[in-house]
Design a protein around this ligand. Sequence first.
Ligand code: SME
Length: 170
Amino acid sequence: MVDVALSPLAGLSKAEIYQEITRDILAVLDGEPDRVARMATCVSLLSGAFDSWFWTGFYMVDPVKQSAGIDELVVGPYNGTLGCLRIAFGRGVCGAAAATRQTQIVADVHAFPGHIACDSRSNSEIVVPVFDPRGNLIAVFDVDSEAFGAFDEEDRDGLEAIMKSVFATG
Ligand code: SME
């Protein structure tokens, strides 16, 4: 008999997967104040959530550049192939999310003006802004998928809720 190892998330709906992962992230992070540890835990637990996801991670607002009046993102904890190191606000999908402070859902990255192609496998992308408890933008959370149109309102709701409960609460 073939021994098939089932993922604990197998058979769950998308909303249930986000609920399950949210519970796990908050349980692991209970009492942990360090922001990088919180980002790394989100990446670890979210990167395996859906089969088509191949790049999952954070671009953080660079506080040194910001104090010099320059709005720029620098790569943070991620899982996937080599990501570009820095992205100016307004450039690509990440820069658009940072500049507008709005989640970006891109069904076809090849049709997005200025999309930054870090990996040729990317066909769709979601980028969610991340705020601290005072409402300051601290990062964006970026997921790339090999599938076209991989992200919808459920992903927006699920990921925004996770980013809010991990970084904007407390
Ligand atoms: N595609 C992103 C750049 C980051 S990589 O996907 C890891 C963008 O256009 O902002």
